[in-house]
Structures are given as structure tokens and as C-alpha cells.
Ligand binder design. Structure first.
Ligand code: MN
Length: 262
């Protein structure tokens, strides 16, 4: 089994080192990851500046680009072969519900999926790497079990996994979940720069809105490892028929005569 590992926290982050250490004995593993922290970069690609690849003393390769850049160039020429699996993480903090739209951890995995390679995004629920060894061991067990079940290397799929920061023996079983939802993000934070200009800082992620049973938020709060299959098609299939009725009207010109108040 050949595994490509990437992340969004950067090639020096403890999470990717732990993931590499956990997988290197069970597969042929290569790490190609961003040089710097690229959290919340989603699937962004760098189109207007060149990308450079360097090799660290530990063998990891790092790129002056985004998580998706790393996986993209790996799969389209840099690796020279097709990996059986793309694994991203382990991220410093949860990627649940709406987080998955913004997540660079998910973006790296999704890039693999878009190229037809099965992919898993791993995140720890809490930041700051508490019980990281436990999450890495769980990631290894999951990959081994999926290989054992012959799920790797046939049809592509994309899985989002969140692991509570608990000792290994206290982790609940793996629970299949749907994504929960968050409220909209907190307000932007403004500060005055030393030169007197207003600076805007993106506010914190919104609090949880939907943490009902069956969601990733609910499962991880109970100590379970959440696993959510993701798809890329954003079509609102449920509302296609509603929009079909409306779409017919959208071709009609709107008469503005008499509509404006005087
Ligand atoms: Mn991150």
C-alpha cells in the first residue's frame, strides 16, 4: 500500500509527524505538505506564482503552497506513481459540520478524491495536540482495517474523521455520522495597526447549531470517533424541482414600467 500524506498545519506540525510515524511501518509513505500553516484554505490552488518543493532533513517534502497544491502536484507529476490512499492531518482542531467547507485538511483529502484516489481527513477535536499519540494510533488502526476490508484502491471515496482528545482506551467506537451545522461565524475583529490603519481579523467559528444525535458534534462529544463520508457535488438535489418551477419564470423579462414609486 502506498500512502500520500499531507495536511494544512504545515510539514513541521506535530500532527503530521505523528501520522507519518504511525503509518510508516504499515505502508510506503511519502509526505508532501505546505511549508507554512494553511488552515482554512479549503481547495485553493496557487495559479499566479510558482511552486517550489524542498526536502526536509526528515525526508518530508514541503511546498510554498496550499494543501490542495501539495496533493495536486504530487498526483500530477511529482510522485511519479499513483498512491492507493491520500491521508490528510492530523489537524490541530475539529473539522466538523460547516468547518469542512473551509478546512484545508479536508481540502487536501478532497484533492486526492477528485483525482480518483480514496482519501481520509483526520482531525483532533481539541486544539494543542492533547493525546496526539492516541489519535495517531486510531488513524493507523482505521487505515489497517480499511485495507483489511479491501476498501482501499478500488473506487474512490472521501472520509472525514474527527478523534476526541482522549487516551486510546477511553476512545469510543467509530460512529458513522452526518455533518452537524454551525451558526454563522462570530463578528470580524478590528484593531488599529501601529501605523493607524484599521486591521480586520476574521472572527471565531460560530457556535454549534445542529448537534443532534447522528451528527459528528454529537458523536465526538460522547467520546466516539466520528466518520462522515463526504461528496463534492454541491447541487441541492432536494430543491431541484422547486427551482425547476421558478427557473421557467427567470427567462421572462420583468416590466419595470409603473413599478417604480414616484
Ligand atoms: Mn489546520
Amino acid at each position: 500500500m502506498k500512502i500520500l500524506i499531507s495536511n494544512d498545519d504545515g510539514y513541521q506540525a506535530p500532527g503530521i509527524v505523528a501520522l507519518y510515524e504511525a503509518l510508516k511501518d504499515v505502508a510506503e509513505v511519502e509526505v508532501i505538505a505546505p511549508e507554512h500553516n494553511n488552515s482554512a484554505k479549503s481547495n485553493a490552488l496557487t495559479l499566479h506564482s510558482p511552486l517550489y518543493v524542498h526536502k526536509s532533513s526528515n525526508g518530508f517534502r514541503y511546498v510554498n503552497g496550499t494543501p490542495a497544491d501539495c496533493v495536486h502536484i504530487a498526483l500530477t507529476g511529482l510522485l511519479g506513481y499513483r498512491p492507493d490512499l491520500v491521508v490528510s492531518g492530523i489537524n490541530n482542531g475539529a473539522n466538523m459540520g460547516d468547518d469542512t467547507i473551509y478546512s484545508g485538511t479536508v481540502g487536501a483529502a478532497m484533492e486526492g478524491f477528485l483525482f480518483g484516489v480514496p482519501a481520509i481527513a483526520f482531525s483532533q477535536v481539541d486544539k494543542n495536540w492533547g493525546e496526539l499519540a492516541s489519535a495517531a494510533r486510531k488513524a493507523r488502526d482505521l487505515v489497517l482495517q480499511m485495507s483489511h476490508q479491501k476498501l482501499i484502491g478500488r473506487t474512490p471515496w472521501l472520509l472525514n474523521v474527527n478523534v476526541p482528545n482522549l487516551p486510546f482506551d477511553e476512545l469510543g467506537h467509530v460512529k458513522l455520522c452526518r455533518l452537524g451545522r454551525r451558526h454563522a461565524a462570530e463578528p470580524v475583529i478590528t484593531q488599529l495597526s501601529p501605523r493607524g490603519d484599521t486591521m480586520y481579523w476574521i472572527g471565531a467559528a460560530g457556535p454549534v447549531m445542529d448537534e443532534a444525535e447522528g451528527t459528528d458534534f454529537h458523536a465526538t462529544a460522547a467520546g466516539h470517533v466520528s466518520i462522515t463520508p463526504l461528496k463534492v457535488d454541491l447541487t441541492d438535489h432536494d430543491r431541484l424541482s422547486y427551482w425547476a418551477q421558478t427557473a421557467a419564470l427567470l427567462s421572462e423579462p420583468v416590466s419595470t414600467s409603473g413599478a417604480q414609486s414616484k
